[in-house]
Design a protein around this ligand. Structure first.
Ligand code: FES
Ligand SMILES: [Fe+2]
Length: 459
């Protein structure tokens, strides 16, 4: 390994200006020469300061409560996919902290979201996390009052005892819901700004990668041992590849990953994979990289880089396996790890080889739920396969234990990531320093996230 990784920073550069030596993400994309969509050529970074960030933001119950009161109740969060509720009466329960919402498709095909709480004496209509189909109306299991799928009152048993109820004022409490990219979003704030405005650059960027034309091939829900922000932030930088995923160092651009802070709600990283590691460039040949990328017995064609030859092979083999035409897909879209984060808790990867969707939700201060989906383009025949069922994993169950996931190398990588969290959480709580110190560039998205969080908490 070349030692320039460990060189001191250059005092002639202003804070935030330094970058890892070697080709940048944009250099690697330019070398591909295949004109990816404009968003992959964009970059947006600004130096946001270098103050330490206090651990109390992660460990304090008061801070958690403030987030619940001022942030989770004011932000758009995806609840499910539209394909989870394809027919009238299909529903999906989304829970965040103490709040719970039923997302349900009405007889008029419209999707609505209602507080999962009976207006009578508060009973939950459905269990947390429940999903189901075929409801003709929403009936409370306690005393049997019921509501139509549009939230209007249907029936009150012993109506004679409730002369004070006005049907217009006894509807279900509806909260804003809207769809983007095949995801149904909800917002607990009935005065919320429109979802499209909230998503800022995301719709424009993903116009190139319509997630509504993909389907769920894998869906997991796992409990993680740490504050939701700590766990989420473990997925917002590629700096940790060195120590956490060392086997990925040879093929990944790692410290040359690009970080973008587009707008208050949206940031991105763009990590080239199958590109070789710029630090190793002079240490191994393109033929060796090609062999490392899974072609041990093949000779790299003279006119191609290893990344190009690998991508060309995948376009054919993966395209055939998925029954999708990948000929027009650029190397970067096909191969790279491209992660958009949408405040507060969601990540969307537009790529083909890494088509992940994440979501992190707090379970109190010290645990969280990590939802993962993998989305794949619907086949050429246009028929949408059924979404994969959600598989729940307990805190000590690794991703590789899942039959449906263990053949995918990503399960192993995710286990490496999540294996860190128990020790990191213990270390945070054992810290006598009281705060974390972030890198100016590689960890800028974490600082950017906290800045946006503060705008909600101080509102
Ligand atoms: S609590 Fe729902 S009908 Fe009584
Ligand atoms: Fe990782």
């Amino acid at each position: 390994m070349s030692l320039d990784i460990y060189q001191p920073s250059d005092p002639s550069l202003a804070p935030g200006e330094a970058r890892c030596p070697g080709p940048s993400a944009q250099d690697i994309i330019a070398r591909d020469g295949d004109q990816p969509p404009a968003p992959l050529l964009a970059s947006a970074y600004e130096y946001l300061g270098n103050d330490d960030i206090s651990w109390s933001r992660y460990t304090s119950q008061a801070f958690h409560d403030l987030e619940m009161e001022k942030m989770w109740t004011k932000t758009w969060q995806w609840a499910c996919r539209e394909e989870h509720i394809p027919n009238p009466g299909d529903y999906y329960v989304y829970d965040i902290g103490p709040f719970s919402v039923i997302v349900i498709r009405g007889d008029d095909d419209q999707i609505r979201a209602f507080a999962n709480s009976c207006p009578h004496r508060g009973m939950q209509f459905c269990n947390s996390g429940e999903q189901g189909s075929g409801k003709q109306f929403i009936r409370c299991p306690f005393h049997g009052m019921s509501w139509h799928l549009d939230g209007s009152l249907r029936e009150i048993p012993c109506r004679w005892d409730f002369p004070h109820i006005d049907e217009q004022n006894f509807k279900l409490i509806e909260v804003p819901s809207d769809s983007w990219g095949g995801f149904v979003f909800i917002n607990l704030d009935r005065e919320a700004q429109a979802l499209e405005d909230y998503l800022e650059v995301l719709p424009e960027h993903f116009a190139n990668w319509p997630l509504e034309d993909r389907y769920v091939v894998l869906h997991t829900e796992k409990v993680l041992p740490g504050n939701w922000k700590m766990c989420m932030e473990g997925f917002m930088e590629a700096f940790h590849v060195l120590a956490t995923h060392p086997e990925g160092l040879r093929g990944s651009s790692w410290a040359n990953t690009q970080y973008d802070l587009f707008s208050p709600h949206v940031s991105r990283f763009l990590q080239n994979l199958s590109s070789g590691n710029p630090h190793f460039e002079r240490d191994y040949t393109e033929q060796e990289l090609f062999e490392f990328l899974g072609h041990p017995d093949e000779t790299l064609p003279e006119d191609k880089t290893a990344r190009q030859a690998h991508a060309d092979g995948l376009r054919e083999s993966l395209g055939a396996a998925m029954d999708v035409d990948l000929t027009g897909v650029s190397n970067s879209e096909l191969l790279d790890s491209i992660e958009y984060h949408v405040f507060p808790n969601a990540c969307f990867f537009p790529g083909v080889v890494i088509p992940l969707i994440y979501r992190f939700r707090p379970l109190g201060v010290d645990k969280c739920i990590h939802d993962i989906m993998m989305l794949q383009p619907i086949p050429e025949n246009g028929e949408r396969p059924e979404p994969a069922p959600r598989e729940r994993l307990a805190i000590d169950e690794p991703y590789v234990s899942l039959e449906s996931f263990k053949t995918n190398r990503l399960s192993y990588v995710l286990d490496q990531d999540t294996d860190n969290f128990e020790r990191q959480w213990a270390g945070i709580n054992a810290s006598l320093k009281g705060a974390q110190t972030l890198g100016n560039y590689q960890e800028a998205r974490i600082r950017h996230f906290h800045n946006t969080l503060d705008t909600y908490l101080s509102a």
